[in-house]
Design a protein around this ligand. Sequence first.
Ligand code: FE2
Length: 387
Amino acid sequence: MIKYVSCGEIPANKHVAVEGSVKGKILREELISTRGFSGIFSTKYHVHIPSGYSNLKVLQRPLIKLNDNIPKQYYHLLTNQLQVRGNFIENRVLLFQNDDVSISTIKITENYEKLFKNASQNELYFIHKGQGLIRTDYGNLKFKEGDYVVIPKSTIYQFHFELENNLETKIFLVENNEPYMIPKRFRNEFGQLNEVAPYCERDFQVPKYDDVIMEGDAEIIVKTGEVLTSYHLNNHPFDVVGWDGYLYPFTFHIDKFKPIVGKIHLPPPVHVFLENSSSVVCNFVPRLFDWHDNAIPAPYYHSNVDSDEVIYYAKGDFMSRKGISEGSVTLHPMGLPHGPQPGKQEESIGKKETVEYAIMVDTFRSLMSSNYIKDITDQDYSNSWSV
Ligand SMILES: [Fe+2]
């Protein structure tokens, strides 16, 4: 996705018999293919055959109700008020969803020992609070506060959060049918990130091997839509001795994002981090404000008629909104103009910089809300533009 990566031991030729480190046993090649062998892919080399399983069991879960006639109004959700506790699989609290995208927050209080795979969606985790290690069938990645952890559909993994001393964890999660890609305008004709991109190849961390599990079996939970299925795998999937390709999980720290600023207010596309055909992900990070003598740093009012706009507020004082706190989520739906609340434009005039951190997801189809938002909705927000 970002660049070609080769990790561990890979044979000199594809698709031929190669003896691995176990004498007399050939390596088992597995192609992880996207778009029916036409998209990006990686090739893994297992010690054992990767396809055997038994004990298939569908796990019972509470029913998530979606409200598909969500009124067109501004929403502010106080996600830190959610009282749910548990692991990162069963404890994801779905807030909004459409046919392409699911948006959730997760507070993790327990690690989960079984392996996990999201078989139907790509996952983009923003680590608001917490740190630890993610072990995957591509190798391991460390993560810390402010990291994105981006995991392609069907990656097998295990999150290990450091939970000692009541270390807080909080995650903003976007699941999407399509992988998030680097915008084409950030690449030259050869695929290299160009000099106007707000980041470069060095800013992305790719998996590293610390250990290969040569023998043993494993339990895995597979998520398909909202259904969780448990399987027993005959061979542990972390028996990969090497892989190469363009498809793999990675991390990116939000402080690596170099904001683009201008003499007058620049529109949201300058904040775009990753995109696909159904949505974009933008970073609002500390930056200098516009320097025109009469500049208004806060945004102008806008009707983005093809997007529902979701923002997760991570840190700092968000310059265009009142009443927002860390962990807040807002939704400004297509069909209603939005912008700063009364007084916020005037307040921004003459300011030199902002220290805000926020993640914006613009979806190109309307979102439905889940039954979880009822108890955490700030009832005053919708009317806070009335003067
Ligand atoms: Fe907006």
